[in-house]
Design a binder for this molecule. Structure first.
Ligand code: NA7
Length: 527
């Protein structure tokens, strides 16, 4: 018999719940985690200002009503320390730590068809066997590593938002550069600008940021506690996995004054529901441009220098085709005398020196460089593991883009489950909603196998092909693939450009994936 019924890779929000759920159903499950503590994303990304862009009452577990009632969120949008504390609380409250090995990174998975088990190797040389492996490895967990010439020469401090030191980093009065203006860059820039001496922001592509209007979690938390079941159910059937009013009337059929009023209303409310104002924003370029121009007008109103405002205004991709950011005073930071912007489209980074960065013809003298350059999204963490089955690696199979059935399994790799894998809603949704749905789907599948005396489950190639085609076709109905985004791997040199998440929404996906399970796992081979 293998060492474990299920080995779970990762003790982030997905791995913790997967362990709790499988244990509760009588499985022997064990988690292996590379970090020194639980929390996943919220363990590693502890940079200044790190904060969730979904409200806490929705970015939280729904599986235990007592947990929902007892945990006190302090802010509408929780910051990293609070999210990490929440993960730690969950681990302790459900006594999960005793089944977690910390500080070991899984390097290889090898499937034995004879024994029907995976051999799982860690970077400490440890070897475990398991009937099933569940990759709760996260969608944004493998940092991208841009190859800046001379980076190793730089004599100052170098930090990455994706792996921020646990000890205090003192930036007071220093000359600091931030490279990258996605969510991590924005949050870092906003947090450190008042502290540092000089801040130079290196921007390759400006982002669209909508205001958070963050504040105390109450009274919304108390209101949510009174009707959590209703909220969670609605979230699971919604497009995005959180509460958004999805406008039904196309922007192009709406009077311009009413369009403006609706944008104003959403801007004042704050958060990511801005792009859900009208159903054609993500499908029609003219509608999209109207929304984009609204945000640009807001940027112009916030940034005093018109030239700078223009540089901060995205013009090269449709709004919401790259992940929008949720900010608290980001644009206003550029009115500070100690903050400057380097537009990399005009002055590309040429190389690092001992003293700083040469961009265009200018050398920027720096004490600290912060890389907020993003992730090898969705596939990076799996690609980093040597996953072998039947003489083939998953890396080889996915060389032309990831292929899965429902984002849950990949044909040829039996008993390997992915939590929020490519071709599932994952990063386009509230991750907590999607994580819970996947964890429960996987738990139910393992229970079904056990109850029916089966030891092997594999996605069938023809169903996988159909699902990959379906997800690509759906994406192509929208403007999403028009941006050079990490959704399609465009941020990683050499990565095949394939739109990876399922754009059909959480609710539709739930119906399909649970329908498949109800039809005795249609499209999977169980033996
Ligand atoms: P993102 O959103 O991928 O942002 C990374 C940023 O770094 C983005 O502005 C990139 O520009 C920039 N970047 C990446 N590589 C380079 C190089 N080589 N040179 C200059 N600039 C570069 O990652 P985040 O960590 O901010 O956010 C990830 C998600 O976490 C976010 O979407 C939320 O879901 C939470 P680009 O746009 O590629 O031109």
């Amino acid at each position: 018999m293998p060492d474990h019924d299920a080995l779970i890779i990762g003790a982030g929000f997905a791995g913790l719940y997967q362990l709790h759920l499988l244990r509760g159903r009588g499985f022997d499950a064990h988690v292996v985690e590379a970090g020194a503590d639980v929390g996943g994303t919220w363990y590693w990304n502890r940079y200044p200002g790190a904060r969730c862009d979904i409200e806490s009452v929705e970015y939280s577990y729904s599986f235990d009503p007592d947990l929902e009632q007892e945990w006190e969120w302090s802010e509408r949008y929780a910051a990293q320390p609070e999210l990490h504390a929440y993960a730690r609380h969950v681990a302790d409250r459900f006594d999960l730590r005793k089944d977690i090995t910390f500080g070991v990174r899984i390097t290889a998975l090898d499937w034995s068809e004879d024994r029907r088990e995976w051999t799982v190797t860690g970077d400490d040389g440890s070897v475990r066997t398991a009937r099933h492996v569940i990759a709760a490895t996260g969608c944004l967990s493998m940092p991208s590593r841009p190859d800046f010439p001379g980076l190793a020469e730089f004599a100052g401090e170098l930090h990455r938002t994706s792996n921020w030191p646990s000890e205090d980093v003192d930036l007071t009065g220093k000359r600091v550069a931030v490279i990258g203006t996605g969510s991590s860059g924005l949050q870092t820039i906003t947090a450190i600008a008042p502290v540092v001496g000089e801040l130079t922001v290196f921007q390759r592509t400006p982002c669209f940021a909508v205001p958070a209007h963050n504040g105390p979690a109450q009274p919304r938390l108390a209101e949510a506690r009174g009707r959590y079941r209703e909220i969670r159910k609605a979230n699971r059937l919604s497009p995005d996995g959180f509460q958004c009013h999805n406008g039904q009337i196309p922007l192009l059929d709406t009077d311009p004054a009413a369009v403006h009023a609706e944008f104003d209303r959403r801007w004042e409310t704050g958060g990511l529901c801005f792009d859900r104002s009208f159903p054609d924003i993500l499908t029609d370029l003219t509608a999209n441009e109207t929304a984009a121009e609204y945000v640009r007008s807001r940027i112009r109103a916030k940034v005093r220098d018109p030239e700078l405002a223009e540089k901060l205004s995205p013009r090269t991709y449709p709004i919401a085709s790259k992940r929008m950011c949720v900010d608290t005073g980001y644009y206003e930071v550029f009115n500070r005398p100690n903050v400057s912007l380097v537009d990399l489209t005009e002055q590309p980074i040429r190389w690092f020196t001992r003293r700083g960065i040469v961009a265009g013809d200018t050398e920027h003298d720096l004490d600290v460089v912060i890389l907020a350059t993003g992730f090898d999204a969705m596939t990076g963490a799996l690609d980093a593991i040597d996953i072998r089955s039947g003489g083939r690696t998953l890396r080889e199979k996915w060389a032309r883009g990831p292929r899965t059935y429902l984002g849950l399994m990949s044909a040829g790799f039996p008993n390997l489950f992915l939590v929020c894998g490519p071709q599932s809603p994952s990063v386009l949704s509230n991750m907590l909603t999607s994580i819970e749905q996947h964890v429960e789907w996987i738990g139910t599948a393992l229970a079904y196998l056990k109850d029916h005396d089966r030891t092997r489950m594999e996605a069938l190639p023809e169903n996988e092909d159909n699902w990959v085609t379906t997800t690509n076709d759906l994406a192509n109905l929208t403007l999403m693939p028009r941006a050079a985004s990490w959704y399609l791997g465009a941020n990683i040199p050499g990565k095949e450009r394939v739109f990876m998440p399922f754009v059909g929404g959480v609710g539709l996906y739930k119906q399909v994936s649970e329908g498949v399970a109800a039809a005795r796992y249609h499209g999977f081979d169980l033996s």
